[in-house]
Structures are given as structure tokens and as C-alpha cells.
Ligand binder design. Structure first.
Ligand code: 13P
Length: 259
């Protein structure tokens, strides 16, 4: 059975003090949250404070992006070794906002995934189509192209460590979530491609999260879908009470997938 992951992408919100305040309030709220993994992705300047504040708890923390090299003349960048040196365990890669506003391509994502795995950081790789892709019937083609570039020459023996986040761009920050059925169907397309690349046994172990307007009111229905293994939450993760509800309702004991 795949352990669910409920992750918070705080984007460009929360100072270090605000992040620590969130964690102090949030931790007691999720004491009996089940066995989901909970991961926070704060902005870079809050990451050290977040890692300190979650130490000893079930929560893990990671960066919203990184460079693939360990050091060099790259102004504004953070390297994999810098992240591991402060205790980060995860890294978000290829988020559509970084592709849109920071020129991140899936060729970059490919280099970053490989670097993350080489440094034992868990990469959470974002995929997702634009509204026009879906309306014109190109959702599967778009996802195949994204995976083709992001996962090129990725070693099969590392594939189980990858986490995929399916985030349809039209559902991010818009309040309109993909219906559980549409999300599940799209996750199946992604898993079929993962099977083709890495084999059924490995692909069945890999977690595919859904992201895009996840809230306490829709998370249970999404998580009840057999192909949805967790959530990547933006706006709904900024308030401790709301996010704790997502963590609680987002926990689902799913039946084993048939062999
Ligand atoms: P929202 O939950 O605000 O739609 O954002 C989703 C997202 O981009 C998470 O990475």
C-alpha cells in the first residue's frame, strides 16, 4: 500500500516567525492524523526555521526549487548540498509557476531530479496541462511530453523515490478543482506511462499527488480515488486549522491494488 503524502506549498508567503507560529499551532492539531507523510515547502528564507521547528515531529520540510549543481556562480540559486546541510528532505521541482515566471523547463527539471536523487532528497515533480490543452484534447500528449523530458534517462533503480504531483494549471488558485473522477483518470494516464518506463512493480509503488484548489471539503473525495496518493496544497495550507483538516480528512486506508 502506498503511504499518502499531504504537502503544503507555501509559495511566497510566511516569514520565519509566521512559519514557526503556524507549526506551533499545527502540530497538536495533527497528533492523531494517521500515517500520512506531511511535508512543508516554505519559502527559502523560512526553511531553516521550519526545519528547526519540526525537528522530532512527523513533519518533513523541503525547498520549492533548487539548482542541480553543488556550487558555482549562479546568483540567487540554492544547491542540493546546501539543502541537505540544513536538514531538508524534499524538493519541489517543475511547479507551473516556476515554469511560467522563472523559465524553468523540463530539461532543467531532469537535471534537478537526478541531482536530488544523488543527494537523497525526495523530488516532488509537478506535471499538468493548461486549460487549452484539456479543452483541445491534448491532456495526455502534454503529460507524455512533460514526462518524456523530465524523466529522460532516469535510472530505473531510483524511480521508486520519485513523487509525482499532478497539478492541472487551470485548477491552481482558481477554486475549481478537477473532479475526483477526472483527477483519477489523469493519474491513471501518468501511472501507465510510469509503468512503461520503469515497470509495473516500481510504478505501483510511486506516489502521485493531486494539486489544485484542494480544501477540507474536497480532499476526502479526492483521496478516495484509487490512483490519488495525496495532495499538494497551496492556499489551503496557509492556515493551521484548515491545513490540519486537510491532513485529517486526507488520510485514507485504501485497499491493496489488485495484482
Ligand atoms: P492551490 O491549492 O492554491 O490551488 O495551489 C496549488 C498548488 O500550486 C500547489 O503547489
Amino acid at each position: 500500500m502506498r503511504t499518502p503524502i499531504i504537502a503544503a506549498n507555501w509559495k511566497m508567503y510566511k516569514s520565519p516567525a509566521e512559519s514557526v507560529k503556524f507549526i506551533r499551532e499545527f502540530l497538536p492539531m495533527i497528533e492523531s492524523h494517521g500515517d500520512s507523510e506531511v511535508v512543508l515547502f516554505p519559502t527559502a528564507t523560512s526553511l531553516v526555521s521550519v526545519i528547526d521547528a519540526v525537528r522530532g515531529s512527523v513533519i518533513r520540510a523541503g525547498a520549492q526549487t533548487m539548482h542541480w549543481l553543488n556550487e558555482g556562480p549562479y546568483t540567487g540559486q540554492t544547491s542540493p548540498t546546501m539543502l541537505t546541510s540544513i536538514g531538508a528532505t524534499h524538493v519541489l521541482l517543475g511547479h507551473s509557476e516556476r515554469r511560467l515566471y522563472a523559465n524553468e523547463t523540463y530539461e532543467h527539471v531532469n537535471l534537478k531530479i537526478k541531482a536530488a536523487c544523488a543527494h537523497a532528497l525526495t523530488p516532488v515533480v509537478c506535471l499538468g496541462e493548461m486549460l487549452s490543452d484539456r479543452q483541445e484534447g491534448y491532456t495526455a500528449d502534454t503529460l507524455m511530453a512533460q514526462m518524456g523530458a523530465a524523466l529522460a534517462n532516469f535510472p530505473q533503480d531510483r524511480a521508486h523515490t520519485l513523487v509525482i504531483a499532478y497539478e492541472p494549471v487551470w485548477a491552481i488558485g482558481t477554486g475549481s478543482t478537477a473532479s475526483p473522477e477526472i483527477a483519477n483518470e489523469t493519474h491513471s494516464i501518468i501511472r501507465e506511462e510510469l509503468k512503461r518506463r520503469f515497470g509495473a512493480e516500481i510504478a505501483d509503488e510511486m506516489r502521485i499527488l493531486y494539486g489544485g484548489s484542494v480544501k477540507p471539503s474536497n480532499v476526502a473525495e479526492l483521496m478516495a480515488q484509487p490512483e490519488i496518493d495525496g495532495a499538494l496544497v497551496g492556499g489551503g495550507s496557509l492556515d493551521p486549522e484548515t491545513f490540519s483538516q486537510i491532513v485529517r480528512f486526507g488520510h485514507r486506508d485504501k485497499p491493496e491494488r489488485p495484482a
